[in-house]
Design a protein around this ligand. Structure first.
Ligand code: LAN
Length: 722
C-alpha cells in the first residue's frame, strides 16, 4: 500500500464543479479537458473551494446600512442559478463512515477523487494533539469518532503504518480500543465483520409488529430515531455482515487491545468508553436488553421474525420511494443501501437508484470532502436570507430585486405539492402545503421551515410591488392548516411531527452519545417561528380560521412564557444556544405586543443577554452550552451569536442603544473589505451533543442585524476600531 502524503495527495481543486438542479447539489470532478473548458468554474464553486476570485472591494463603511449592503453584495454572488444559497451542514464525524462503509460492504467503487478528498478531509480534521476524532469537528477525541474514521481511512487505502494512523491507533488503544465503542459504532463494525453481533444489544424488528397503541411502538419515536432503527433492525434481525477480506482481518488486529478471538462479546454489549458517554443506560433499558437477549435465542418462533423483516422492508421501500431514494438523512440512507443490497441484490434497479443518491450528501471544501447532515440547507438558508432582506428593507433596493425574485422562485418550487402516498399506513403525516429544511424531493415537513416559508412568501408577494405572485393564497392556507394541526398539548411545537410518545421513552434511549432523541419535544425556536408565521398571516388574511389561529397563538405564547427559565433565558436545541433561542423567543413575544416596556418576561430576557455581553461588545457561546444546558462562554465573540443577541434585543425594543451599538461595532469590525465575514466557531447543534455547521449563518444574521439596526435607529455613523 502507498504512503499517503497529506501535503501532496489532493485533487486539482480547479476541476471541481457544483451542479445544482432545483436545489439538488452535486459535486463533480471533471477530468476531460473539453468539459473543463465548456463548464467554467463559477464564483460559487471558487468560494466553497477556497480558491481566489475577483470580487468588489469596498471602502470601510461608517454606517450599518452600508455594511449590511456590502455583506449582501458579497453573499448575493453565492446564490445559485436555481435561486437558492448552496452550502453544507457538515461537522458531525460519524457520517462519512456510513457512506464509506456502506460502499465498501456493497462493493460500490469509490471514485478516486472522493477517495483522495475524503482522506484529506479526515487528516485535516484529526485532533491536533492526539490524532483521533470526536463526535464532531470541535469535539475531543472519542472511541466512536476515532474508530470509525480510522476504519474509513484504512478502507480508502491509507497504510496502518502511516504516522497519522499510528497516532490515532495509539489514542484509540489508550481509550481501551474499539470494544467500548457506542452502539451505533458497534452496529457498523458488526456490518463490516470486525465486531461480533453477539456484542451488540438487540435491535428487534418485531417492535414494528406491536399495535400502535403500545407506548413503545417505534412509530412514536422522533422521526430520525425511528428511521435509523428501522433498517438497523432489518440488518440486525438477520445478522448480515460483509464477507471477510484481508483488510477486515487486519482491522480485527488493529482496533482492539486484545486478541479478537478472545473478546467476551456478551460483556462488550454494555461496555461504552467513558470519553464517549453522554446518556448512560437506565436501569429500565438494562432490564429490557436482558429480556431481549433471551428472546434473541429463539427469534423466529412461529415465523415472527420473518413477518417483522417483511414489514420492516416494506417501510424501508416506502421511505426510498417517497424521497426518490434520498431518504431523510445520511445515517438511515447508508443503512438503506445495505438493506437494498442484501434484499434485492447488486444488480437490482432499487440498488442502482439508491447508490445514485449518495452524491447528494457529499460536499467539497478547501479542506477536502465531507458529508452533510442532510442533503443541504437549501430552503432554510434561502428563506432566512429572504426574511432578512424583507425585514431590513434591503429587498426594496433595486440592486437586490433580481436576487429576491430568484429566492422567491426557489421557495415556490420547494413547497410540497402533495402528501406522501398512503401516509398514515406508513406512520407519516400530511405534508401538502408545507416546506422542509432542504429540497422538495426530501419531502419532510418541518414546523419552523414551513413557518419561514409562509413568512417569506407573504413578505415577498404581499409587501413588495415588483415580485411575481407565484404562490396562491390557497397554497399559503394549506401551509397554515398543517401548522394548526401540529400543535402539542402543552402549547408548543416540535420539529417534524406532534409528540407521539410518552416521555419515559427517553429512558430506553439506546444511543449513548445523544440526548433527547427518542421523542419529539416542544422547542422554543420552532414554537416561536410558528407563532410569528400565524400572526403575520392573520395580518394579511384576517378572516381565515381566525378563531383557531388566535387560540393556537395564545396557548403557544403561554408555552413560551413557561419555558423561560428563572434567569430570563431559553435553552436552544438547534443552534448554539441561548442567544439563538432568545432571538426567536423575543421575536415571538414582540409579535404579540410584548416588549421591554410592558413585559417582565422580555425585561428578564434582555437582562440575561446583557449579562453575557463581552467587553468587545459581542457575544460568544460554546457548543458546551447545549451539552450542559448552561451558558458557557466561548473564548472569543462570534459574529453569529452576536447577531442573534442583537436581533433579540432589537425585537425586544431594549432601550439602551449603546449596548446594541457596541455589538454592531463588533460586527462591522469583523467584516472584510469584500463585504464578507470569515468562518468562526461552529454554529449549530442537534441532540444535545453534536455540533453541526451552518456556514451561511455568518452572512445571513450579521446582514440582518446590521440592516435592522440601521432601520430602527436611523442609521447613525458608527466608528469601528477594526
Ligand atoms: C436539522 C437541521 C435543521 C433543523 C431546524 C430546522 C433548524 C430545527 O428548527 C428543526 C430540526 C432540524 C430540521 C434538524 C433536525 C436534525 C438534523 C436533520 C439537523 C440538525 C441537520 C442534521 C440532523 C440529522 C439528524 C443528522 C443525522 C444524524 C443523526 C443522529 C440521525
Amino acid at each position: 500500500m502507498r504512503e499517503i502524503d497529506i501535503n501532496t495527495e489532493r485533487t486539482d481543486l480547479e476541476k471541481w464543479r457544483l451542479k445544482v438542479e432545483n436545489g439538488r447539489q452535486m459535486w463533480y470532478y471533471l477530468e476531460n479537458e473539453d468539459e473543463i473548458k465548456n463548464w467554467p468554474q463559477s464564483i460559487v464553486e471558487k468560494y466553497w473551494l477556497g480558491l481566489p476570485f475577483q470580487t468588489e472591494e469596498f471602502i470601510k463603511p461608517t454606517n450599518a446600512l452600508e455594511a449590511a449592503k456590502n455583506g449582501f453584495k458579497f453573499f448575493k454572488q453565492l446564490q445559485t442559478e436555481d435561486g437558492h444559497w448552496a452550502g453544507d451542514c457538515g461537522g458531525p464525524l460519524f457520517l462519512l463512515p456510513g457512506i464509506v462503509l456502506s460502499m465498501y460492504i456493497t462493493q460500490i467503487p469509490i471514485p478516486e477523487s472522493w477517495r483522495v478528498e475524503i482522506i484529506r478531509y479526515l487528516f485535516n480534521r484529526a485532533h491536533p494533539v492526539d490524532g483521533g476524532w470526536g463526535l464532531h469537528i470541535e469535539h475531543h477525541s472519542t472511541v466512536f469518532g476515532t474508530t470509525m474514521n480510522y476504519v474509513v481511512l484504512r478502507i480508502l487505502g491509507v497504510d496502518a503504518d502511516h504516522p497519522a494512523m499510528v497516532k490515532a491507533r495509539s489514542t484509540l488503544h489508550k481509550f481501551g480500543g474499539a470494544v467500548g465503542i457506542p452502539s451505533w459504532g458497534k452496529f457498523w463494525l458488526s456490518c463490516l465483520n470486525v465486531y461480533d453481533w453477539e456484542g451488540i444489544n438487540p435491535v428487534p424488528p418485531e417492535l414494528w409488529l406491536l399495535p400502535y397503541f403500545f407506548p413503545i411502538h417505534p412509530a412514536r419515536y422522533w422521526i430520525h430515531t425511528r428511521v435509523i432503527y428501522l433498517p438497523m433492525g432489518y440488518i440486525y434481525g438477520q445478522r448480515l455482515s460483509a464477507e471477510e477480506t484481508p483488510l477486515i482481518l487486519q482491522l480485527r488486529q488493529e482496533l482492539f487491545t486484545q486478541n479478537y478471538e478472545t473478546i467476551n462479546w456478551a460483556k462488550a454489549r454494555g461496555n461504552v468508553a467513558e470519553v464517549d458517554l453522554y446518556a448512560p443506560y437506565s436501569k429500565l433499558l438494562k432490564v429490557c436488553n436482558f429480556f431481549l437477549s433471551l428472546y434473541e435465542k429463539i427469534p423466529n418462533i412461529f415465523g415472527i421474525r420473518d413477518i417483522a423483516l417483511e414489514e420492516s422492508y416494506e417501510l424501508i421501500q416506502y421511505e426510498d420511494m417517497n424521497t426518490d431514494y434520498l431518504d431523510i438523512a445520511p445515517v438511515s440512507k447508508c443503512i438503506h443501501i445495505l438493506c437494498t443490497y442484501y434484499k434485492e441484490g447488486p444488480n437490482s434497479n432499487a440498488f442502482k437508484l439508491s447508490k445514485e443518491r449518495l452524491i447528494d450528501y457529499l460536499w467539497m471544501t478547501s479542506d477536502g470532502m465531507l458529508s452533510s447532515g442532510t442533503n443541504g440547507t437549501q430552503l432554510w438558508d434561502t428563506a432566512l436570507m429572504s426574511l432578512a432582506l424583507i425585514d431590513t428593507g434591503l429587498a426594496e433596493d433595486p440592486t437586490f430585486h433580481e436576487s429576491s425574485i430568484q429566492a422567491l422562485k426557489f421557495i415556490d418550487y420547494s413547497q410540497f405539492k402533495k402528501n406522501p402516498e398512503n401516509y398514515s399506513r406508513r406512520y407519516r403525516e400530511p405534508t401538502k402545503g408545507g416546506w422542509g429544511f432542504s429540497t422538495l424531493d426530501q419531502g419532510y415537513f418541518v414546523t419552523d421551515c414551513t413557518s419561514i416559508g409562509i413568512k417569506s412568501t407573504l413578505g415577498f408577494q404581499n409587501k413588495l410591488s415588483y415580485t411575481p405572485k407565484l404562490i396562491s393564497k390557497e397554497r399559503v392556507c394549506q401551509a397554515i392548516d398543517l401548522l394548526l394541526n401540529t400543535q402539542n398539548n402543552g402549547g408548543g411545537f416540535a420539529s417534524y411531527e406532534k409528540i407521539r410518545g410518552p416521555s419515559f421513552l427517553e429512558w430506553i434511549n439506546p444511543a449513548e452519545v445523544f440526548g433527547n432523541i427518542m421523542i419529539e419535544y416542544d422547542y422554543p425556536e420552532c414554537t416561536s417561528c410558528v407563532i410569528t408565521a400565524l400572526v403575520t398571516f392573520s395580518k394579511h388574511y384576517p378572516d381565515y380560521r381566525a378563531e383557531e389561529i388566535k387560540k393556537t397563538c395564545e396557548k403557544a405564547i403561554k408555552y413560551i412564557h413557561d419555558s423561560q427559565r428563572n434567569d430570563g433565558s431559553w435553552v436552544g436545541s438547534w443552534a448554539i444556544c441561548f442567544t439563538y433561542a432568545a432571538m426567536f423567543a423575543m421575536e415571538c413575544l414582540a409579535s404579540f405586543g410584548e416588549t421591554y416596556e410592558n413585559s417582565e418576561s422580555v425585561r428578564k430576557g434582555c437582562k440575561f443577554l446583557i449579562s453575557k455581553q463581552k467587553n468587545d461588545g459581542g457575544w460568544g457561546e460554546s457548543f458546551k452550552s447545549c451539552e450542559l444546558s448552561e451558558y458557557i462562554q466561548h473564548e472569543e465573540s462570534q459574529v453569529v451569536n452576536t447577531s442573534w443577541a442583537l436581533l433579540a434585543l432589537m425585537h425586544a425594543e431594549y432601550p439602551n442603544e449603546r449596548d446594541i451599538r457596541c455589538g454592531i461595532q463588533l460586527l462591522m469590525s469583523r467584516q472584510l473589505s469584500t463585504g464578507e465575514w470569515k468562518q468562526e466557531a461552529i454554529e449549530g447543534i442537534f441532540n444535545k451533543t453534536c455540533a453541526i455547521s451552518y456556514p451561511n449563518y455568518k452572512f445571513i444574521f450579521p446582514i440582518w442585524a446590521l440592516g435592522k439596526y440601521a432601520k430602527i435607529y436611523n442609521d447613525p455613523i458608527i466608528f469601528t476600531s477594526g
